[in-house]
Structure formats: structure tokens, C-alpha cells
Design a protein around this ligand. Structure first.
Ligand code: IDP
Ligand code: MG
Length: 137
């Protein structure tokens, strides 16, 4: 089974949506391999989103991602990376497919409730950014 990295972002944690999002996640066949609730500093958010450092929304993104707690997750499933991107829906909730997490819970293109690795290379950077081997089952 493949592993992917996911985040329940501050907008969703603030609205007490952790349980609802995990319910959709487990119902879709993902196994939670690692999970914790943390509160990033701006610097830690910048390190995580380093690939986006030249994009115009970078500062807004890092201040949003550090404004409150998040839940970081490692999920296991066959083709987990693609399957989680599909369950999340497109970046802008307004354009996301019906039934996706972002369509159901996302507020805007910035505050879109969840993150997911976009490739095996991203997952290999993102998983160890937050989890040690001992924390994954
Ligand atoms: P993704 O999360 O669907 O992979 P990316 O393009 O990797 O989308 O962007 C990372 C995150 O940056 C998005 O999930 C969203 O929170 C934020 N973001 C992306 N595009 C915009 C934008 O045009 N305005 C504001 N925030 C954005
Ligand atoms: Mg992305």
C-alpha cells in the first residue's frame, strides 16, 4: 500500500470538522498510519511550503497555516496519493467535484480545509517533515 501525507487545515480544525473529515477519509478506505495535532510557527509553515516561496499567495498561506492548530496525517491505501487528491477535490472549493472534502467543507481557494501530497517526491519530503519512522504504523 502507498502512503500519502495529509493535513486538516486551521479553517477546518477551527470549525470542529476533524471528526467529519476523518469519517469521510476512513469510509473511503484510507488507513490512518500516523496522526497528531500540532500548531506550526510561521517559520515551520514556510519550510513546509518552500516550493511555493515565489508564488504571490505565499505569505498569506504561511500566516493562515500557522494561525491555529492543524492535524497532520499519514494515510495508507492502494494508490493513496492519487486517491487522496481525488477525495480532496480541486484547490478551489467552488470548482471542486461534488462529494469531495473541499467542496463540502472548503471556504475559499486559500482556506480549503485539507492538504495532500501531489506526487511520490512530495510525499517523501512531507511525511518525514512531521513524522519519525517510530510514529508510523
Ligand atoms: P493544492 O493544495 O491543491 O495542491 P497548491 O497549488 O499546491 O494547491 O497550493 C497550495 C495551497 O496554497 C492551496 O491548498 C491553498 O491553501 C493555497 N493557494 C493556492 N492557490 C491560491 C491562490 O490563488 N490564492 C490563495 N491561496 C492559494
Ligand atoms: Mg500542492
Amino acid at each position: 500500500m502507498e502512503r500519502t501525507f495529509a493535513i486538516i487545515k486551521p479553517d477546518a480544525v477551527e470549525r470542529n470538522l476533524i471528526g467529519k473529515i476523518l469519517d469521510k477519509t476512513e469510509s473511503a478506505g484510507f488507513v490512518v498510519a500516523g496522526m497528531k495535532k500540532i500548531h506550526l510557527s510561521v517559520e515551520e509553515a514556510e519550510g513546509f511550503y518552500y516550493v511555493h516561496k515565489d508564488r504571490p499567495f505565499f505569505n498569506d498561506l504561511c500566516s493562515y497555516m500557522s494561525r491555529g492548530p492543524i492535524v497532520v496525517l499519514v494515510l495508507r491505501k492502494n494508490d493513496a496519493i492519487l486517491a487522496w487528491r481525488t477525495l480532496m477535490g480541486g484547490t478551489n472549493p467552488a470548482d471542486a467535484e461534488a462529494g469531495t472534502i473541499r467542496k463540502e467543507f472548503g471556504l475559499s481557494i486559500g482556506e480549503n480545509s485539507v492538504h495532500g501530497s501531489d506526487s511520490p517526491e512530495s510525499a517523501s519530503f512531507e511525511i518525514p517533515y512531521f513524522f519519525s519512522q517510530l510514529e508510523l504504523v
